[in-house]
Design a protein around this ligand. Structure first.
Ligand code: AMP
Ligand code: MG
Length: 689
């Protein structure tokens, strides 16, 4: 089975138009394209949905993207109903029947009347449908289940298995789905015909647009406060499906439910919930800890974090900088055949010292030629990269021979095998060439291409939200009142995230106000994979980041024995990890490089990353107290590490001056000019110096 490039999940509604302001009880669509989530789309009524969906399908089609579209209502009815109504058990015939008879406008539709009519036609006016949502009585449709009689099964097989699923016979009331089927199937029937969509599980899903029935409650957890439930659910289902491997998807889709249809993922819930969420207590520190040494803090992060990103297939041209989600094996050896490493003359076997003359065969072997056959005892002209003709295993450089009267003359010794490359001497077919977790570099693209790999499974970029907190902050370029300062951390952190290969998401600035911050975190946690805040992370009156995270019961203040750096507030907000960095720009950057960077790498699916340092002579002297590790803004000049003149943590100029950090270990030290110190260039942290 081919995978899908775009996942669009739709929460349908049979209600009337609820106006332009996004709200529940309207239609919501969640989109995940190539593993990347988009903001959920609000569609105020069915007519708007029927305009928006074709636009989307057309755009995806012209971009060559295969689409899986899910809708949260049954695609079929319990056994027997289709036949009784249409004369055929074909569920898609039933779709067409609804398309023909349902009348639907933004303000009203005939679904209750139609249900009553069906009851009269095939059920003695007592069922299978019930519930009348209108003021007026409807012949054949009762308001309650009092005198209800249903000639068909109450539930489809899938509904019997899905705990809590409603039957499609109930035409209205909280949670009912009957109205969605009446108003949804006609739309799908039209879209299906217009786009030649295939419908699961009734047809093999081999087109570029496939429809599946979904029921978000099957796999989606509760929505965070302030995120509309339907919007949250469709985004989550889209994310979950996008995260499935093609083989997993194929297995989930292998369902036999010809007439009634099936709920996507039923029976595979655990796998779809998929990417195991981080535990709420993943940042909890052991009790009684006071000052945690840097290495211990790093060890805990390494141990507790795991990847949170989804995976997707990417062509080589799109794979640069992405994290490989699986091991990649060579599809062909490199080189595929033995070939010549130089321009020269090929023959069989080595030659001892002394003069040698070989007859020169007709023709030549150049790169790209199919291997020829060389008669025994002769030599042949060969050009670099040419596959060795059969009968050639040794090549002599053209500079070392005299070509004369149909012969080549040269003096030995020549070693057997000289100037040739063996098949597979670089890579053999099947060998792992790129390991899972590797951040794919340009050279890896060469290696994959050379061995016949054109596509690779990669992780979606980690979406890192960047939020600055503090009443004192204004945006550079705005007017700053006395007492206000410009927000320096946000541009810096956004830039660092970009250079680290993540998707930086600007979450703006938050005031020192708990409710405002709560709202921002709620929204952000639905949009990004991890949140980096700066400021407000200690334990003071205005430290609202730490206050909120502790209120949520999932935070620990990490007092790490490091300078610069005040406590880091590490916690979980609605399932999203939050790194509360110190507000001070120097501390914010150092803590990002030392603590956040390796942690984010793991969340992104890459291995833990330890920066490489180099011991170099110091161009400074300093005496350091015992107890904590220190990072000094530094750079190398003339092979020696210079440090910035001031260690003041408000000196942003020093960050900009520096090209790396000098790392001084925990014990007390007396450093004098020329002593060896550890220098870690910015490049070792994956950022540009
Ligand atoms: P806080 O951690 O909120 O107590 O902030 C510590 C120091 O960093 C204070 O002097 C803040 O004004 C400053 N600060 C906080 N956030 C930023 C920022 N985004 N840009 C520049 N300075 C900041
Ligand atoms: Mg503050």
């Amino acid at each position: 089975m081919k995978g899908f490039d775009t996942i669009v999940m739709v929460d349908w509604s049979s209600g009337n138009d609820t106006g332009p302001t996004p709200r529940k009880d309207a239609i919501w669509a969640g989109i995940n394209r190539g593993g990347t989530a988009e903001d959920p789309v609000y569609l105020r009524n069915r007519q708007e949905a029927e305009r928006w969906l074709p636009d989307l399908f057309e755009a995806e089609h012209s971009a060559g993207r295969r689409v899986l579209a899910g809708f949260d209502f049954p695609f079929g009815y319990p056994k027997g109903f289709a036949k009784a109504l249409t004369g055929s058990a074909d569920p898609l015939g039933l779709w067409d029947w609804f398309e023909k008879f349902v009348e639907d406008t933004p303000r009203q539709n005939n679904r209750f009347d139609l249900a009553g009519q069906i009851n009269l036609d095939i059920g003695d006016g007592k069922g299978p449908f019930w519930f009348n949502g209108l003021q007026r009585d409807i012949n054949g449709l009762s308001r309650t289940k009092d005198s209800y009689a249903n000639p068909f099964p109450e539930k489809r097989q899938s509904e019997a298995q899905a705990k809590g699923a409603f039957t499609c016979w109930q035409m209205g009331g909280a949670g009912a789905v009957g109205g969605q089927v009446f108003t949804g199937l006609p739309v799908l029937a039209r879209l299906r015909k217009r786009f030649e969509a295939t419908v699961w599980p009734f047809e093999p899903l081999d087109g570029d647009l496939c429809f599946v029935e979904i029921w978000p409650s099957l796999t989606v957890g509760p929505n965070p406060e302030e995120v509309i439930k339907d919007a949250w659910q469709v985004s989550e289902v889209a994310r979950q499906i996008a995260a499935l491997k093609v083989e997993e998807l194929a297995e989930i889709l292998a369902v036999d439910a010809a007439e009634e249809g099936w709920i996507f993922g039923l029976g595979h819930e655990a796998r779809i919930k998929g990417v195991p969420p981080l535990r709420n207590d993943c940042f909890a520190l052991p009790p009684g800890v006071h000052w945690t040494p840097v290495d211990e803090a790093l060890g805990m992060l390494q141990e507790r974090l795991s990847p949170v990103t989804t995976t997707c297939r990417a062509a080589l041209k799109d794979a640069l900088g992405r994290v490989a989600a699986e091991d990649v094996a060579a599809r062909r050896s490199n080189p595929p055949l033995p070939n010549t490493a130089v321009d020269g003359y090929g023959f069989a076997g080595g030659r001892p010292a002394g003069q040698h003359t070989l007859p020169l065969a007709q023709g030549r072997a150049a790169a790209g030629d199919a291997p020829a056959v060389l008669p025994e005892g002769q030599a042949i002209r060969v050009l670099t990269g040419a596959a060795l003709p059969a009968g050639v295993d040794t090549v002599i450089l053209q500079e070392d021979v005299i070509v004369e009267a149909g012969t080549v003359r040269f003096s030995g010794p020549v070693k057997a095998g000289a100037n040739t490359r063996k098949a597979g001497e670089d890579i053999t077919e099947g060998e792992v060439i790129v390991s899972q977790g590797r951040i794919i570099r340009a050279a890896d693209l060469a290696l994959m291409a050379a061995t016949g790999v054109s596509e690779v499974t990669v992780r979606a970029p980690l979406r890192v939200g960047i939020l600055s907190t503090g009443d004192e902050l204004v945006e550079a370029g705005e007017v700053a009142a006395d007492g206000q300062i410009f927000d320096a951390n946000r541009p810096m952190l956004l830039g660092l995230m970009e250079q680290l290969g993540h998707e930086a998401v600007d979450l703006g600035r938050a005031p020192d106000n708990r409710d405002a911050l709560r709202g921002i975190l709620n929204k952000a946690s639905a949009r990004v994979d991890v949140i980096l805040t700066s400021g407000g992370a200690s334990a003071g009156d205005e430290d609202h980041v730490s206050a909120l995270l502790s209120e949520a019961g999932a935070m620990d203040l990490w007092r790490i024995a490091v300078k610069p750096g005040r406590p880091l507030a590490l916690g979980m907000w609605a399932g999203t990890p939050v790194f509360g960095l110190p507000g001070n720009p120097v501390a914010a950057m150092v803590c990002t490089l030392i603590f956040a960077r390796p942690a984010l790498a793991v969340l992104a699916g890459a291995p833990w990353q330890k920066p490489q340092g180099f011991d170099v002579p110091a161009a400074f002297s300093k005496s350091k107290k015992a107890g904590r590790r220190e990072y000094l803004r530094a750079r190398i000049r003339d092979g020696r590490a210079e440090v910035f003149a001031s260690e003041g943590s408000g000196r942003i100029s020093g960050l900009s001056w520096a090209e790396g950090l000098v790392e001084l270990p925990e014990p007390a030290m007396q450093i004098t000019d020329g002593d060896r110190v550890r220098f870690i260039p910015y490049g070792s942290f994956g950022i540009k110096a």
